[in-house]
Design a binder for this molecule. Structure first.
Ligand SMILES: [Fe+2]
Length: 364
């Protein structure tokens, strides 16, 4: 990990982005790297604004569109209340606790979460996170679109002190964080709270390869969205490409990802539960399971809601590049890819499941 806390330089006219000025005010460590080996090990610093400890992640593949922060709540304590005009998806890395959500002058509501929970404090609501344990810190990871929002309005005070209530997103509904799930289509689910993304039910999705399962998630009436994907032992997914900023958090399993800009050198990143990878815009990437259990990941994506579309191009991640899409079919991939995978499996004594996957595809 190439962490650095050094401030970024101003541009040729001497200006810094508003997001950069915000980071400098926050005073937390800022990790600038391609990927994070383990989000549980990221070093944090004291956080004056929120209390507790934290760090920002500005990974290369975000290309300045979105960011992540990791926040730690000390044992038995809470972070300070906050509201803001950017969206966030919060994933609980470790521990359990609760969050209270409210709007000025309105009733508060509190919901509990645990390791593996995923939720989104509705835009511009007050919210406060509490550690439910007296003996251990809680660690949260939040993917936000703060860089885009702060740079668009270039006014930090507006982003943190706007009064507009956005009742179309949240209007005090008592079951808002109950975990109720609504089906929008075969693969899309709408929910505002997932108790544990590691066991959330997934749906078979053959076109993305390798007998995989996947559920796409719309949460909090946001323009950001998420999906959870799982693929079997001894298999790998098809390569594909899309826009910047998809934060892929490995939940279970062991493997590696290859990523490359078209026609250029392939980079390999090994992963396990806790690893985080953000493939850059238009870079192909492909995920390989070389462990002894199904591999599962959570992807947090900045502008890919299908309920509120229009902020970015809709990529053809399930269609072949030969048909104008953004996925490479198994038959069209560089033969070195399969070879690298089979060699790694052989080294680990894991049986390949790819012959069966390819037979299934050809028979379909
Ligand atoms: Fe992807």
């Amino acid at each position: 990990m190439n962490g650095t806390t050094a401030a970024q330089k101003p541009n040729e006219l001497g200006f810094k982005t508003t997001y950069q000025q915000f980071l400098e005010k926050e005073g937390l460590p800022v990790i600038r790297a391609f990927h994070i080996e383990d989000i549980r090990d990221v070093e944090l610093g004291p956080w004056n604004r929120l209390g507790g400890r934290g760090a920002y992640l500005n990974l290369e593949g975000t290309e300045g569109v979105n960011d992540c922060y990791i926040g730690e709540i000390p044992p038995g304590k809470s972070l300070n209340p906050q509201k803001k005009m950017f969206e966030e998806l919060v994933f609980v890395i470790s521990g359990h606790g609760a969050t209270t959500v409210w709007r000025d002058g309105k009733k508060k509501q509190t919901f509990e979460w645990q390791e593996g929970s995923l939720f989104s404090p509705p835009l511009n609501t007050w919210h406060q996170h509490f550690n439910g344990q007296g003996d251990k810190p809680v660690r949260l990871l939040a993917m936000t679109n703060a860089p885009t929002v702060l740079n668009l309005f270039h006014n930090i005070d507006f982003v943190f002190n706007c009064d507009y209530p956005f009742t179309d997103r949240y209007n005090g509904e008592e079951d808002y964080f109950s975990g109720n799930t609504k089906s929008l289509s075969e693969h899309f689910r709408e929910t505002n709270f997932i108790r544990d993304v590691r066991s959330f039910e997934l749906i078979e999705r053959k076109e993305r390869g390798a007998g995989g399962k996947m559920t796409l998630l719309e949460m909090g009436n946001n323009v950001m969205s998420a999906h959870i994907s799982q693929f079997p032992v001894g298999t790998y997914k098809k390569a594909h490409r899309h826009g910047a900023g998809a934060h892929v958090i490995i939940l279970k399993g062991e493997g590696f990802s290859l990523t490359w800009p078209e026609g250029q050198e392939i980079k390999r990143y090994d992963w396990r539960a806790g690893s985080l990878l953000v493939p850059p815009e238009r870079w192909f990437h492909q995920h390989f399971n070389v462990g002894n259990e199904p591999a599962r990941y959570l992807a947090l994506k900045p502008f890919s809601s299908r309920k509120f579309p229009g902020l970015r191009k809709q990529w053809g991640t399930s269609e072949s590049v030969k048909q104008g899409g953004d996925q490479i079919e198994y038959d069209d991939e560089d033969p070195r890819v399969r070879k690298m995978f089979e060699e790694e499996l052989a080294r680990r004594g894991v049986k390949s499941g790819m012959d069966e996957v390819l037979r299934g595809i050809r028979a379909a």
